[in-house]
Design a binder for this molecule. Sequence first.
Ligand SMILES: C[S@@+](CC[C@H](N)C(=O)[O-])C[C@H]1O[C@@H](n2cnc3c(N)ncnc32)[C@H](O)[C@@H]1O
Length: 407
Amino acid sequence: MAGAMAAAAAGGMLLLLRRGRPPPGLGPAPRRYRYKEKWAATAPRIPPTRLALHHFDVTYSLQLRDQWPSVRAGLLCEQKYGALLNNFSAVRHVAQELELLNATDFVSPAPKKEAGRGDGVSPEGSGEGRTAARAETVTRAETSPPLRASIRSNIRCYTFPRGDITRFRPARPDTLGLLDYYLMDAASLLPVLALNVQPDDFVLDLCAAPGGKTLALLQTGICGHLAANDVSISRTKRLYQILHSYVPREIRETVRVTSYDGRDWGQLEGGTFHKVLVDVPCTTDRHSVMEQDNNIFHRRRTKERQMLPMLQLQLLMAGILATKPGGEVVYSTCSLSPLQNEHVIERAVEVAETQYNISVQVEDLSHFRMLFQDTFSFFSDCRLGELVLPHLTANFGPMYFCKLRRM
Ligand SMILES: C[S@@+](CC[C@H](N)C(=O)[O-])C[C@H]1O[C@@H](n2cnc3c(N)ncnc32)[C@H](O)[C@@H]1O
């Protein structure tokens, strides 16, 4: 310790010398040249992206085993986007323009595929690779009625085929200034599709900003009672901007935008919504390995990162409490971490039962893998819910989503 401090002091002296400060041997430097050497300043600076990658190498290699190198490569390469068509825009022929470029809409064909699925018949491969624990947890869900109308065909989202890394042109405004499409990680649409919004549903988007999923909910054309909340005022401003750029005034004025702490929502308006989307803050794995700015692996954010699963659980509990009996909650993250995904679901089911006497059932979404396997690479061994894995040929995600029904 003393040696290290001496070295630090020597380092400080060297700095002073380099800057041409008073030469040594002439007594203490004038007060204005003195400063305290801080440990934080002498500790090696490891960029947060490297810390994130190291953390993921340790944890995800155990979880994903021989798939990790491929997922890792995907995370470190340019991600792919989807173009969510804006049904409110008057720009014509956007779909034809995208189809000429060989892009296809992955959402619209889904209802047909789903109709082709027999009632009660498990989708091809749905049981593959599932662990015994998962099979136990969803037994009740698998016997519940299948999600008949889960895919709303009004949503159209174009992607380029696997292996095609063409980029979309920037969005264009129509004569009223509404943009023709919204570029997003196409996997972000899956939680919205899983929410299965029906006409007259009261819908809550609990962590809504910057608003990609809120916009997708509005694109269903049937989401007339939508509340969009986000605790961050600055991010809520971005949500307003997106609504302004994509949604006509008469529709956006129907959206109730608030900036509450979502954890309080259950007490504010418990039991009022048919559908609740809980798209929680998470380690945003792709961002964490690629961007230094606003990186949750920054040393000064260690505590915040460690507390994420607790925050996620509290937000999910608030979402469950905000739901009417019989209503549904979709929980989602853009992380591969089981601690932020399945574990949060398991804890929430337990807390709902023991602390609130609310029975919550995990719904089976394995048919999503069958419906969207051409577009996304799904993890076949996710204990609860579904997980889209980044892959070099289909570089979307990570996106975890799981659906709960309040009984
Ligand atoms: C993953 S982002 C949501 C992305 C958004 N759903 C979308 O699709 O554009 C998570 C959001 O949760 C918000 N958030 C964090 N803590 C919250 C809290 N206690 N209550 C409500 N929102 C919170 C963050 O401000 C952030 O905007």
